[in-house]
Ligand binder design. Sequence first.
Ligand code: FES
Length: 98
Amino acid sequence: MGQLILHTRQGLYETEATIGEPIVKLAKKQKIPWGHSCERGICAQCRTKVLAGAEFLNDITDAEKLRLRKAERQEGFRLGCQIQIKSPGKVELVHKPY
Ligand code: FES
């Protein structure tokens, strides 16, 4: 488990993250509004900016490399359906669709 802070358009949510569970799935389960559609790294409706705790997350996936520009990835953008918590720690994310 890890501490997860999620900034959404509807407000701030603080919750616990299960290791290995994608953020979109976790948000859905906990009824946290985190836009998404495909859950396969294609639509980018789940576009997310990592504010803190990138070191506790999985590596950028091939789907993210294809969908997000290199400059975006360097600025900390990822896809919520691809992000998984890999080890316990404080992670802070903001939902930033295009
Ligand atoms: S839900 Fe479509 S890219 Fe994440």
